[in-house]
Ligand binder design. Structure first.
Ligand SMILES: Cc1cc2nc3c(=O)[nH]c(=O)nc-3n(C[C@H](O)[C@H](O)[C@H](O)COP(=O)(O)OP(=O)(O)OC[C@H]3O[C@@H](n4cnc5c(N)ncnc54)[C@H](O)[C@@H]3O)c2cc1C
Length: 400
């Protein structure tokens, strides 16, 4: 009996970027899938997300090329500047040359737009059932014990109890499913807070609306901004070091005036951007991460995306890693003879790469926020570092 025949039904907890991608891929591979999302609707929340060619390749495969062209922006380059003088430190191409070398473009997109595109594909899949307001509240460990000698797994949700042959935890950084796989592995506050906002482009001068990624390095802080939604909005992220523990929440408002005070002395362009933020569009997001988890599965339960490798956003790879996970996990379930072999192979293929991304992101926090004489060497090496990152990160393709 093939694995597809024995895995009659798969449950996914979480309908974010990773969960929806996995649901679509698995349904198309012939698996029967139910996806539980805690929110009442799939209406995406959040702000801008970067999609590099390593994940755009997968999104194109599932049919998102036209939608991305319509809703996303193609940055020409990434430009790094000095926080105070505005002097350019380095720049690297993201436009045609990245597309020519990797085969796929680099995009900036609003998270809500990406969720909308994924949802449209998901709704077309007869093998995929979407269950909104379906918060997974627990995994019944009595039926899926270590080593998985049992035939199925049961979960409790706000919609009732369900059973299946496999549960995928794609339920984000505060994953309930992770608590079952590896208790006591919650992420920790990194000492950085990201202020995030989308600003109407019409409120900004033309040079702040240009289709490029802008990165400003300063002592104890950095700022990123780029256009999304076809250029209608500019996504602004200001990351500042803060010792007080902040909430990891996409729903916590921040006051632009507080951010403005924190960025006193920064270049006029940054102040113009912050002054253009509407109060109700300003969010304060505590950044959490954690050392790599060494176990991504237990019995018939497996994790993907932020649930297993919450990553600081300083390499812009959070969404990309969840999308890659979804593709690799589907490939392993298609090609391995047992679910056990598939999950072992999946972890073996993904753990080294996501661990590398986690540690490179953490290193970037130190590099971006440097102060003092060390910045001279950093600035001299920055062009080479950007080129090296693009090579190992953007050329990745799913090995299964
Ligand atoms: C509301 C929101 C807004 C975000 N906005 C941005 C952004 O603007 N920029 C950025 O870089 N990153 C953002 N992120 C983070 C980014 O989406 C992830 O880092 C990345 O996409 C990894 O995707 P993921 O699928 O692993 O997790 P997520 O995208 O976090 O998705 C997890 C999904 O699981 C659902 N969920 C959680 N717990 C349960 C449960 N117990 N049962 C059922 N469903 C559950 C959540 O509602 C969510 O839809 C946001 C995350 C969220 C949840």
């Amino acid at each position: 009996m093939s694995l597809k025949q024995s895995l009659k039904h798969i449950l996914i907890a979480g309908g974010g970027i990773g969960g929806l991608t996995a649901g679509i891929r698995l349904a198309r591979a012939g698996f029967s899938v139910s996806l539980f999302e805690q929110a009442e609707t799939f209406e995406g929340f959040g702000a801008g997300i970067q999609l590099s060619p390593n994940c755009v390749a997968i999104l194109y495969e599932i049919g998102l090329a036209r939608g991305l062209e319509r809703l996303a922006c193609r940055p020409e380059r990434v430009r790094v500047r000095h926080w105070q003088s505005g002097r350019m430190i380095t720049e690297a191409p993201l436009g045609r040359s990245i597309e020519a070398s990797t085969g796929f473009p680099y995009f900036h997109i609003h998270r809500a737009d990406l969720i909308e595109l994924l949802l449209a594909e998901a709704l077309e899949e007869p093998n995929l059932v979407l269950k909104q307001s379906g918060r997974v509240t627990g995994v019944d460990s009595d039926l899926a014990t270590e080593g998985s000698h049992t035939d199925n797994i049961q979960i409790s949700t706000t919609l009732g109890r369900y059973s299946a042959d496999l549960l995928i935890g794609a339920d984000g950084i505060h994953s309930v499913v992770r608590d079952y796989v590896l208790p006591d592995a919650s992420p920790a506050f990194s000492g950085n807070v990201a202020w995030r906002a989308t600003v109407p482009a019409a409120k900004l001068p033309p040079h702040l609306r240009a289709h490029q990624a802008n990165l400003w390095w300063g002592p104890g802080a950095h700022v990123v901004h780029y256009p999304v939604r076809g250029g209608e909005l500019v996504n602004l992220v200001c990351v500042v070091e803060e010792h007080n523990r902040a909430n990891e929440s996409w729903h916590e408002y921040g006051r632009p005036s507080e951010l403005l005070a924190r960025l006193a002395g920064w270049h006029e362009d940054i102040l113009v951007l912050v002054k253009a933020i509407d109060d109700e569009a300003c969010f304060k997001w505590g950044l959490f991460d954690r050392p790599p988890l060494q176990a991504w599965h237990r019995g018939r339960v497996v994790l993907l995306g932020d649930a297993c490798h919450a990553t600081l956003p300083f390499l812009a790879q959070g969404a990309a890693m969840a999308i890659e996970d979804a593709a690799v996990l589907t490939g392993c379930l298609q090609h391995e003879p047992t679910h056990r072999a598939a999950l072992v192979r999946y972890q073996k293929l993904r753990l080294p790469r996501t661990s590398r991304v986690q540690s490179a992101s953490r290193r970037n926090a130190r590099v971006f926020h440097m102060d003092g004489p060390g910045t001279l060497a950093r600035n001299l090496l920055s062009g080479a570092a950007l080129g090296w990152t693009a090579r190992w990160l953007y050329h990745y393709r799913s090995p299964v």
